[in-house]
Design a protein around this ligand. Structure first.
Ligand code: ADP
Length: 448
């Protein structure tokens, strides 16, 4: 095996196949020649060795010379360094013609001479460019004419062969010429089709590359815009805080100083204005928080989620006690990720599971996680009030609340933060929920 690999490597290097791949039919012809030579050199020994042994016994020196010449041509075609590929092809085909001439002189018309000549013309048509397709067929005609002219002169060794005669020669030669022309007409068509399909493949490849480039550029632009938008949201919400603080402060002054002068309507208006300002403050704070989360880079760290979830649930101690909640935490994996977004996800999901519980039923919250081959999968499941199917998508949007503030506190930003964190980690979040039965928020985070 090692010897074969070494041998194949030498031949391959001589054919320049180690220098990469050219998408043309020229490349395929070169590859085909490479394989022809690769296999023929060891295989040719099968007829060569017994052939010269026999020739030596019967004292046919010319057979030894012609056979050795044919094998030598193949060796040169395969092993001689720095030869042009077209010359290697020529030597390969020439070896067949030499063998053919040898058989013709020694064994005669009934031997394999014409078979080798036919094989030579087939190889010529396949290995050389299409424009030379008819050259071997024409060469066959010339050979046959020369042989035909030589027959009366009886220059061949088989002159004593009683079987050789003109009609037999005409029959064999005409078949050789017919098959030669047939191959010359047929094979180029095959290469034509191959060339076309290679050409189409190249066009498709170029188009695909172009599309990929366009897509990458578009993605880059989107990412840039996204970053700009986040910065804008951050600075806008940050800058809005100051004038809002001023409005709230003056409204409070107004209420305090001019309360006795105001009628009921005036007091109501001031109350609405203060309430609006307070809600706006909450929303701006939420927006600020939302624009801040999900910004993480640098190296990932190893996070023990059992620890992280335990610390998170500790933050809800009061609510857990009040509601007599039961938190079941199944063994969780250790993940390589960013701690901040992961803790934001669990904080919001566990907080919601506690918050949206049924009034008279103690919440049961189950947290589980599993390591799969390419990702981690987690779920936070509760037995709370559940969510109607029609709202399953909407609840992940910014400021989407399904309940009134007096029933459940909140700004409608928790799940938007969860979704942003999960997606920024390359994952996906999913919800299964039924009204009055409970909800199950599951999310996957890819390992890479
Ligand atoms: P917030 O809790 O501040 O209102 P969220 O974005 O966390 O905002 O949730 C959006 C809405 O989704 C909530 O108003 C609530 O109606 C619903 N919701 C979220 N989690 C649950 C849950 N575990 N069970 C029932 N409803 C939920």
């Amino acid at each position: 095996m090692i010897i074969w690999n070494r041998y194949a490597q030498i031949i391959s290097r001589n054919f320049g196949l180690d220098k990469g791949h050219l998408d043309t039919s020229i490349h395929w012809r070169t590859t085909l020649t490479y394989y022809c030579i690769l296999f023929i050199i060891p295989l040719v020994l099968i007829p060569y060795l017994p052939g010269i042994l026999y020739a030596y016994k019967v004292d046919y020196l010319s057979v030894i010379i012609l056979d050795t010449l044919a094998v030598g041509l193949l060796m040169v075609a395969g092993f001689w360094p720095n030869l042009r590929i077209s010359l290697r092809k020529f030597l390969f085909v020439a070896a067949f013609y030499v063998a053919s001439v040898g058989f013709l002189f020694i064994i005669g018309l009934s031997g394999p001479a014409f078979l080798y000549m036919l094989a030579a013309s087939f190889f010529c048509t396949i290995l050389f460019p299409v424009k030379y397709a008819f050259y071997p067929a024409i060469a066959n005609v010339i050979f046959c004419v020369i042989i035909g002219l030589l027959i009366p002169f009886e220059v061949m060794l088989w002159k004593d062969d009683p079987n050789h005669n003109i009609p037999e020669f005409i029959a064999v030669a005409s078949n050789l010429i017919f098959l030669g022309f047939f191959a010359s007409a047929l094979f180029p068509k095959v290469f034509d089709l191959l060339e076309k399909s290679i050409h189409n493949e190249r066009i498709l490849k170029n188009q695909l590359n172009q599309r990929n480039n366009d897509l990458e550029n578009a993605l880059e632009k989107v990412e840039k815009k996204h970053a700009e938008l986040e910065t804008f949201a951050y600075s806008a919400s940050h800058d809005l805080q100051e004038p809002l603080r001023m409005i709230t402060a003056f409204l409070q002054q107004l209420e305090k100083k001019y309360n006795p002068l105001l009628d009921e309507k005036g007091k109501k208006y001031i109350h609405f204005a203060t309430d609006g300002a307070s809600r706006m403050k909450d929303m701006i704070t939420a927006l600020l928080e939302y624009s801040r989360v999900g910004r993480f880079d640098g190296p990932k760290t190893s996070i023990d989620l059992n620890e992280l979830v335990e610390n998170t649930t500790r933050l809800f101690q009061v609510a857990i006690k009040e509601k007599k909640a039961k938190i079941i935490v199944h063994p969780l994996p250790i993940v390589a990720s960013y701690e901040l977004p992961i803790s934001q996800i669990f904080l919001n999901l566990i907080g919601n599971a506690l918050k949206y519980s049924k009034p008279d039923i103690a919440p049961i919250i189950e947290i589980s996680g599993e390591e799969k081959e390419t990702y981690w999968e987690f779920s936070v499941k509760d037995n709370g009030i559940g969510i109607e199917k029609g709202f399953h998508e909407r609840i992940f949007n910014l400021f989407q609340k399904l309940h009134h503030k007096k029933d459940f506190e909140g700004t409608g930003i928790g799940l938007a933060i969860v979704k942003k964190c999960v997606e920024n980690l390359g994952g996906k979040i999913n919800i299964e929920s039924k009204v009055l039965i409970g909800s199950n928020f599951s999310f996957k985070i890819p390992k890479k």
